[in-house]
Ligand binder design. Structure first.
Ligand SMILES: Cc1cc2nc3c(=O)[nH]c(=O)nc-3n(C[C@H](O)[C@H](O)[C@H](O)COP(=O)(O)OP(=O)(O)OC[C@H]3O[C@@H](n4cnc5c(N)ncnc54)[C@H](O)[C@@H]3O)c2cc1C
Ligand code: SF4
Ligand code: SF4
Length: 564
C-alpha cells in the first residue's frame, strides 16, 4: 500500500472521478451474509435446557452488557439450583470478548457465526436480545466460539480432602477428615464463580459466596464474620452439615461442587476462639430489654434462638435435661465426625453473648411448663426427637434389643454398653425404616433367654398398584441374621409429656407434630416450638428454625420504649 502523503492538497477535479464507475459492470452482494470463520465470535446462542439462570455470565461481564430476565414459565427451584432467569445481551455494549462463554458453568452459552443485524430507527430495542439456540433471527448459522478445555474458566476438580485410613479408624474415635491447609483452601476458594446459587439453597441463606471470597482474599476473620451472620453452629456445620448448598452449586453441573462446608470449617479453625467470640458479639445490644424468655432444650434450634434473642438484649435461660448442652449434635453425632471440643467452642460463643444454660433440669419433672409460663414473657420448646421407635416385633422388649439413639447416648457418656461380638441393625433410610417397622420379623431368643439374632422375610414389593405404601413379604424366603445384639434404628419421636394432658388437648396438632405458624408459634400465644420436633431433619434446618422463632418471639414480646 502506498504511503499517505499528508502534504497532498488534492484536486478540484476529484469529485468527477466518480464518473469512472459508470462504465463498470454492476455487482450484486448476496442477501445472505457470507459464512464467518469457524471460531467466529458472533451473536450469542444459549441452550435454555442447559442454562440454570445462575447469572455468572452477567457477573463476569465488565461492559455490563448482560441483564438477567425473569421468564415466568421456566422452572424455579432454589434447592435444585435452578432459577427462572435467562441472560439478555445488549449489543450496544457487548464487545464479543467471549468471557461469558468461557465462564458459563453449565456450558450452555456460546457464540455463533452470525454477525449481521440492521434495523430501522423505530426498532433499536432489537439490539437487546435474549439468546436462544436458534440464533438472532431464528436461523441457525452454526456455532462459532465455544468453550474448550483450555479456555474454560471454571476449575471442575475439587481440592482433595485427606482422611484417616480405614485401618487407623478402628481403634479410636479420632476425627476422620483432616481439613484443608491454607494453600488448599485458597485453591478451592478460587474455584467459586460467585453465582450465589448456594445462598438460595441454604435453609439459613448462608453468605457462602462472601465467605469464600474472603478466604480467597486471605481474610479469614472476615470469612468468620460472614459465617456468623447466619449460623452460630459454625464449627458444627463446617463439619457435619448436610450441605444443601453444594447440591445447588453451579460448578457441580459439570464438575465437583465447591467444598462450601469444608471451607467453612477451614475459616472457623483458622481464627482463634477468643477472636471468634469478639466477632460473634459485634452488634449485640448491651442494654437489657427487661424481657425474659425461657427455652426448653439446648440443641441447635433452642440455642440458635437463644443466641439471637440474647443479642437483642433479652434475658434468655435455656433448660436442658441432660448434663451437657448440644442435643443430638453431642449425643447422636459420633466424635469422629464432630469432635466435642469443636461443639463446645460453638456453645461457648453462644454463652458469651449472655445466654444462661442450665443443665440437668428436665422441664415437666423438675419445673413445670406452667411455672415457666408465669415466670417468663415467652416460652420456646425445642425438644428434638429423643425417643427411639421400636419395631414391636416379638421379643423386641429383650434387654439386648436396643434403640440406636439410646445406645449412642450411652457411648457418648462413656458408659459400658456390653459391646457384643456381633450385632444386627434394623433400618437405614426412610423406606427401609418404614418396612422394618411394619415387617413381620422376630427377634430370636434361645432356651437360656439369650438373644441370638433376627428373623426376616424378603420384601416382595413396597408399594401397591395404586402407588400406596403397602409392603408385601415372601414368607418362603426366610433369613436368619445371627447377632448378640439387635439395634433398632428406625426413627425417633418427640417426648412431649411435659405439656401435660390439658395443654396437649388444647394445642393444635398436625400429623402427630405440634402445629405452628411460619414463626414457630403454637396455637397458644405464649408458646413457641422449633427444630426437629416440628420440622427437621438436620442441624442447618434446626438453626434456620431457631432464627425464625427468635424473630417471632422478639416481635411478640416487643422492646420497652426506654431501650429502643
Ligand atoms: C445419630 C444421628 C446422626 C445425625 N447426623 C447428622 C448430621 O450428620 N448432620 C446433620 O445436619 N444432622 C444430623 N443429625 C440430626 C441433628 O442432630 C438434629 O436434626 C438436630 O440436632 C436437631 O436439633 P434440635 O435442637 O431440634 O433438637 P436436639 O438436638 O434433639 O435437642 C433437643 C434437646 O432438648 C432436650 N430436652 C428434651 N426434652 C426436654 C425436657 N423436657 N426438658 C429439658 N430438656 C429437654 C434434649 O435433651 C436435647 O438436648 C443426626 C441425628 C442423629 C440422631
Ligand atoms: S452463566 Fe451460563 S448457565 Fe449461568 S445464566 Fe449465564 S448462560 Fe445461563
Ligand atoms: S460456592 Fe458454588 S453456588 Fe456458591 S457462589 Fe460459589 S460457585 Fe456459586
Amino acid at each position: 500500500m502506498a504511503d499517505i502523503d499528508f502534504e497532498d492538497k488534492g484536486s478540484v477535479l476529484n469529485p468527477l472521478r466518480a464518473w469512472a464507475f459508470l462504465g463498470r459492470k454492476p455487482v450484486t452482494e448476496p442477501l445472505e451474509p457470507r459464512l464467518a470463520s469457524l471460531n467466529y465470535r458472533g451473536f450469542h446462542l444459549n441452550d435454555w435446557e442447559k442454562c440454570i439462570g445462575c447469572s455468572t455470565c452477567q457477573k463476569v461481564c465488565d461492559n455490563a452488557a448482560i441483564t438477567m430476565v425473569r421468564i415466568p414459565g421456566l422452572p424455579q427451584d432454589p434447592v435444585k439450583g435452578v432459577r427462572n432467569e435467562r441472560p439478555a445481551i445488549d449489543y450496544g455494549r457487548c464487545c464479543w470478548c467471549g468471557l461469558c462463554v468461557d465462564i458459563c458453568p453449565t456450558g450452555s452459552l456460546s457464540l455463533s457465526r452470525e454477525y449481521v443485524h440492521t434495523c430501522t430507527d423505530d426498532q433499536l430495542s432489537s439490539y437487546f436480545v435474549l439468546p436462544d439456540p436458534k440464533g438472532m433471527h431464528g436461523k441457525y448459522y452454526g456455532h462459532g466460539w465455544t468453550k474448550t478445555a483450555d479456555s474454560d474458566l471454571v476449575d471442575l476438580v475439587r481440592q482433595p480432602m485427606a482422611e484417616l485410613e480405614p485401618q487407623a479408624r478402628s481403634a479410636n474415635f479420632d476425627e476422620i477428615v483432616a481439613g484443608y491447609d491454607d494453600q488448599q483452601a485458597l485453591l478451592e476458594a478460587s474455584r467459586c464463580v460467585q453465582c450465589g446459587m448456594c445462598h438460595d439453597a441454604c435453609p439459613t441463606h448462608m453468605n457462602a459466596p462472601e465467605y469464600i471470597r474472603a478466604i480467597w482474599e486471605g481474610k479469614v476473620e472476615e470469612a468468620v464474620r460472614w459465617i456468623y451472620e447466619t449460623n452460630p453452629f459454625s464449627h458444627v456445620c463446617g463439619r457435619v452439615c448436610t450441605h444443601r448448598c453444594e447440591d445447588a452449586c453451579s460448578v457441580g453441573r459439570r464438575g465437583t461442587p465447591i467444598a462450601i462446608r469444608w471451607l467453612k470449617r477451614y475459616a472457623m479453625d483458622a481464627v482463634p476462639h477468643e477472636r471468634v467470640k469478639q466477632i460473634a458479639a459485634a452488634g449485640r445490644l448491651t442494654h437489657a430489654s427487661g424481657r425474659r424468655v425461657a427455652i426448653v432444650g439446648a440443641g441447635p434450634a433452642g440455642l440458635t434462638a437463644a443466641f439471637d434473642l440474647a443479642r437483642k438484649g433479652h434475658g434468655v435461660t435455656v433448660f436442658e435435661a441432660l448434663d451437657k448442652p448440644g442435643g443430638m449434635t453431642r449425643w447422636g453425632i459420633p466424635e469422629y465426625r464432630l469432635p466435642y471440643d469443636k461443639l463446645d467452642q460453638d456453645i461457648d460463643v453462644i454463652r458469651s453473648v449472655g445466654v444462661d444454660i442450665r443443665c440437668n433440669v428436665r422441664i415437666g419433672r423438675d419445673i413445670t411448663l406452667e411455672q415457666l409460663r408465669s415466670d417468663y414473657d415467652a416460652v420456646l420448646i425445642a425438644l428434638g426427637l429423643q425417643t427411639g421407635r421400636s419395631t414391636r416385633v416379638p421379643n423386641s422388649e429383650h434387654p439386648q434389643v436396643r434403640k440406636s439413639v439410646e445406645l449412642l447416648r450411652q457411648v457418648t457418656a462413656g458408659e459400658d454398653i456390653g459391646t457384643p461380638r456381633s450385632a444386627v441393625v434394623i433400618g437405614g433410610g426412610n423406606v427401609a425404616m418404614d418396612i422394618a417397622r411394619t415387617g413381620p420379623q422376630e427377634c430370636l431368643v434361645d432356651a437360656q433367654g439369650r438373644l441370638t439374632g433376627l428373623r426376616t422375610w424378603r420384601v416382595k414389593a413396597i408399594f401397591d398398584e395404586q402407588g400406596r405404601f403397602a409392603p408385601s413379604y415372601d414368607s418362603d424366603d426366610e433369613r436368619i441374621h445371627p447377632g448378640e445384639m439387635v439395634v433398632e434404628a428406625i426413627g425417633q419421636a418427640s417426648d412431649t409429656s411435659l405439656l401435660g394432658d390439658a395443654l396437649t388437648e388444647k394445642l393444635e396438632w398436625r400429623r402427630g407434630r405440634l402445629d405452628v405458624d411460619a414463626g414457630g408459634r403454637t396455637s397458644e400465644p405464649w408458646l413457641w416450638a422449633a427444630g426437629d420436633m416440628v420440622r427437621g431433619p438436620d442441624v442447618v434446618n434446626a438453626v434456620a428454625d431457631g432464627h425464625r422463632v427468635a424473630a417471632s418471639i422478639h416481635a411478640h414480646i416487643g422492646v420497652p420504649e426506654t431501650v429502643r
